[in-house]
Design a protein around this ligand. Sequence first.
Ligand SMILES: [Zn+2]
Length: 206
Amino acid sequence: MRLPSFSLAALTLSLALPALGAEPLAAVERAIVPVASWGGTPADASKARRHTITQITLHHQGEPFKPGTDPQAYLRRLQSWSRTSKGWLDIPYHYVIDLDGRVYEARNIDFAGDTNTEYDPSGHALIEVVGNFEEVEPNQRQLDAVVDLMALLAAKYKVSLDDIRSHRDHSDKTVCPGANLYRYVKEDWFRHKVAQRLAGEQAAKR
Ligand SMILES: [Zn+2]
């Protein structure tokens, strides 16, 4: 007796299930809003400290981000403040995630970040999520965006799951990324989701 022809397709579909609903990481990368698109300007490369990514480190804004705030205007203010008031090369973080889970390019990933605390961010890919997570909960779109971006960076720079942490894991002088976001770091939720995301990406490629 011949097996019905749809059985193989059904089997393939079930094997691909972990990836279902998730965009390929290439699509995540294409959706990142480049600096020029939000009205930012490139940093002075001659003053940059170049580095190689070995870790991924999560931050929060640490201030309330009111719904209705234009994230692009926020990024322009943040870039200007970083350069003028702080004397930094650029926005201290490489990526910023807004309330809708959209990811914006900030500092060039090839350039080491900056910090107000005592750790050396060289080698760290720095992600900032807008809002103050000592006061509010991250929304689902923000959490999903963090997973997508961490998975993209982990795959691209071969960062191990053990090297996905948050600011407070590197510094005693901060509560960043805030208790309500830190919970997902501490309980390995991000690491678990990133592992699933990477497994789904592999399955989709086979
Ligand atoms: Zn931080």
